[in-house]
Design a protein around this ligand. Structure first.
Ligand code: PLP
Length: 437
């Protein structure tokens, strides 16, 4: 590992690698050569505390030795096998996942990631109900493929609207309420009323599913107010609509629970997952299917499939990840880091810093709203967020940025010391930028 390797990596990237969601000519990516736990480093040995978990997926931290060993062992045994075969590691991965799901879920359909998990959950919901429409939130991201990107609410949907039957609504978000609400209870009640009115106006008999991130992630870590998810469940039941909960970002430890919905009074019909299930060591995702929906496909053919569904390397990484997370108490650790370190630390930072308007979250899943004005909540401009990024990186902190926010989303294994250090660096960066405004 030399500085020359770093320069070569950057040159090859800029010459030949086409990046996601970007105008290609303006990129200057960070070069990363290695990582361990909550730290990554470049070819010059410059280290960064990873407060992003990359794309909020490396829940178990970088290079967990048990997961790396399991992938190596599986590679030596059988690197790939068709999905139509039965394979021991695949069965074990499904069993491990289901052991964390509620009663009444006995099957898993494996995909390559989160987008195709949602794609297939939508397909199952449409075939099970015989209905077409899917209602999802404007403040959401569900993936980059056909139906998933049109179910998505944010700007990435707009240039990609080729799928049909998608309807959107506003979910609850008290800090930027669409409903003129001033309490969480009001926001919850009014958001539920709005959702039900949207469904009624669309014709409830045409709606197959409501698809929600249990806690919308990229949209801002929008923890639902009391009663909201239970209310959505009740609306779905009233009209014979299925509830799909997207746990791709918020599942597998991120909120300090195995599934984010474990913290709420709600049970979905389909659960989609990816990211934290194996921390992205090998691409993987899937759909956890409740028994009545699985039964629909006992005799009817399920018209969906992927060459790499249940890929052995991914399956081995899932088994090892979930075993290590259970044995090492990683989910409970994430909950404690949230309540003991990140939560109080960010609350204190919000008091002190003039551009922090609100902090919210739980576990290792937090958002910091950067605003021009704490009274009007006017967001800071993209250039300010760019300055925050530069100020954080210059201090050795790798942040996750979305719109006018910094998301504090370190691996679930982040130590109390690392979390406190990272919050200190973030505060320095925010102070530096606030002083320029
Ligand atoms: N759903 C949610 C909630 C996500 O955050 C993401 C990715 O960020 C996806 C789906 C898409 O997952 P993938 O990028 O693995 O296709």
């Amino acid at each position: 590992m030399t500085s020359q390797d770093g320069a070569t990596a950057l040159r090859l990237d800029r010459d030949h690698v086409f990046h996601s969601w970007s105008a290609q000519a303006h990129l200057d990516p960070l070069v990363i050569a290695g990582g361990l736990g909550s730290t990554v480093w470049d070819h010059d040995g410059r280290r960064y505390l990873d407060f992003s978990s990359q794309l909020v997926n490396v829940n178990i931290g970088h290079q967990h030795p048990r997961v790396v060993a399991a992938i190596q062992e599986q590679a030596a045994t059988l690197t790939t096998i068709a999905p139509a075969t039965a394979n021991l590691t695949r069965g074990q991965a499904a069993e491990r996942i289901l052991s964390h799901a509620p009663a009444g879920f006995s099957s898993v359909f494996f995909t390559n990631g989160g987008a195709d998990a949602n794609e297939n959950a939508i397909r199952m919901a449409r075939l099970h109900t015989g209905r077409d429409k899917v209602v999802s939130a404007y403040r959401s991201y569900h993936g980059n493929t056909g139906a998933a990107v049109v179910a998505t609410g944010d700007w990435r949907r707009v240039p990609n609207e080729y799928a049909r039957g998608h309807v959107h609504h506003f979910g609850p978000f008290l800090y930027r309420s669409e409903f003129w609400a001033s309490t969480p209870e009001q926001e919850s009640e009014r958001a539920l009323h709005h959702l039900e009115r949207v469904i009624q106006a669309e014709g409830p008999g045409s709606v197959a599913a409501i698809l929600l991130e249990t806690i919308p992630g990229t949209a801002g870590v929008l923890v639902p107010p009391p009663g909201y998810l239970a209310g959505v469940r009740a609306i779905a039941d009233r009209y014979g609509i299925l509830l799909i909960l997207d746990e791709v970002m918020c599942g597998f430890g991120r909120t300090g629970r195995w599934f984010a919905f474990d913290g709420f009074d709600v049970r979905p019909d389909l659960i989609t997952f990816a990211k934290g299930v194996n921390s992205g060591y090998v691409p993987a995702g899937g759909v956890i299917i409740s028994d009545p929906i699985a039964k629909t496909f006992d005799d009817a053919v399920f018209p969906g499939g992927l060459t790499y569904s249940g890929h052995p390397l991914a399956m081995a990484s899932i088994v090892a990840t979930l075993d290590a997370m259970a044995d090492e108490g990683i989910v409970e650790h994430a909950a404690a880091i949230g309540s003991d370190v990140i939560g109080p630390g960010l609350a204190a930072l919000a008091e002190r810093n003039p551009i922090v308007g609100e902090v919210r979250g739980l576990g290792v899943f937090w958002a910091v709203e950067l605003v021009r004005d704490k009274d009007t909540h006017q967001p800071v401009e993209p250039a300010v967020v760019g300055k925050v990024k530069a100020a954080a990186l210059s201090r050795g902190l790798l942040p996750f940025l979305a719109d006018n926010r910094v998301h504090v989303v370190p691996p679930c294994v982040v130590t109390a010391q690392e979390a406190a250090t990272g919050l200190g660096l973030l505060e320095e960066a925010l102070d530096e930028v606030a002083a320029t405004l």
